[in-house]
Design a protein around this ligand. Structure first.
Ligand SMILES: [Zn+2]
Ligand SMILES: [Zn+2]
Length: 342
């Protein structure tokens, strides 16, 4: 099978073609696993963090990609959940121990043995992949393969971030950074929190216009001050400056939820701008989001079908993965980027 493979960690500035088109052996499904013929795989900012080493895969080479849609091609001898040919999705959570305190509480995202698709095991930048049947999802019929793919990461993690804000309908919320996750969260907000005002902070005019089209109450640059204080803010940027600015925009007792696996180092000195009484005192909170649970994915897919949420998408051929990643890094195009494997 064909796959776009990461062989070594490097910076895009020095190597604009970090993934290599490679012929690989077809993976074999274990007893409780399914072999999935991949049709689409979403492109996520996390892949850039993996390529550049901020969340480096523990072993190389590796096939990236964790927003996978495909059809069940083969089932392991004890795999019974899905029929051959059935459409399935695979998300960031690839496995967890199932026995530890966190797993038993439904917080499998915090399990010490949590493994991630496309980081700890081969993912979806390929024609086929394998996964435990317990970590695959049925996809509501309403979605095309391309529409469903970005829901599996950007959407599901956005859903978890929103849950972690503890927002009540009518309270102001900010979104700083407005990529694939932000635009899906804004759609959930308009549906589930119709009385809340949404404030979107983005560095690009294209994203700000997009946010207004989707019903944002106010939009501005990540450095701008909003006209009202915000009860909650979700940060999806890779930088530190927006974190400092977000703390300043929070209402007393407000919560900043940081939805990022890693932050880039280049503007870390911005943190020295935090003024405790102004930016953190009065019971302001900072909380991060780590991974997703299967429940997040299942609940979000059902909600997305109900609303319905149809993500804005842009498709690329599998062998154009480097181009898609570079454009994502350079924030060239709005909406979610999807690779076509078939
Ligand atoms: Zn992702
Ligand atoms: Zn566990």
């Amino acid at each position: 099978m064909k796959a776009m493979v990461l062989n070594r960690v490097s910076y895009f500035e020095r190597n604009s073609q970090p993934l290599e088109l490679t012929d690989m052996l077809l993976p074999v499904a274990g007893e409780k696993e399914i072999l999935v013929k991949v049709t689409r795989c979403g492109v996520c900012h996390t892949e850039i963090d993996e390529i550049e080493g901020r969340t480096a895969p523990p072993h190389l080479p590796i096939v990236l990609g964790h927003q996978i849609i495909g059809r069940v091609e083969r089932t392991g001898s004890r795999a019974e959940r899905f029929d051959l040919g059935e459409r399935v999705g695979i998300a960031w959570i690839n496995s967890a121990c199932g026995k530890c305190k966190f797993c038993l509480e439904g917080k499998e995202n915090l399990c010490a043995q949590f493994t991630a698709t496309g980081r700890d095991s081969n993912g979806g930048y390929a024609e086929y992949t394998v996964v435990s049947e317990d970590f695959a999802y049925r996809i509501p019929d309403i979605f095309s393969d391309s529409e469903a793919a970005p829901l599996l990461c950007a959407g599901a993690i956005g859903y978890r971030s929103l849950r972690l804000t503890g927002l009540q309908d009518g309270e102001n919320i900010g979104l700083t950074g407005f990529g694939a996750s932000g635009h899906l969260v804004l759609k959930i907000l308009r549906y589930k929190y119709p009385n809340s005002r949404v404030f979107v902070f983005s560095r690009t005019t294209v994203e700000r216009e997009f946010a207004r089209e989707l019903g944002a109450f106010w939009t501005g640059d990540t450095e701008d001050e909003p006209p009202e204080k915000l009860t909650a803010i979700i940060d999806t940027t890779p930088a530190w400056k927006p974190v400092v600015k977000a703390l300043r925009s929070l209402e007393k007792g407000g919560r900043l939820v940081i939805n990022a696996i890693r932050k880039e180092e280049r503007d870390k000195e911005s943190l020295f701008e935090i003024d405790y009484p102004r930016d953190l005192w009065m019971e302001k909170e900072i909380k991060s989001v780590a991974n997703i649970t299967r429940k997040d994915v299942e609940e979000f897919l059902a909600l997305a079908a109900e609303i319905p949420i149809k993500p804005e998408i842009q498709e690329y051929a599998l062998d154009e993965a480097n181009k898609a990643l570079l454009e994502l890094k350079e924030k060239k195009i709005r909406g979610a980027k999807i690779l076509r494997s078939q």
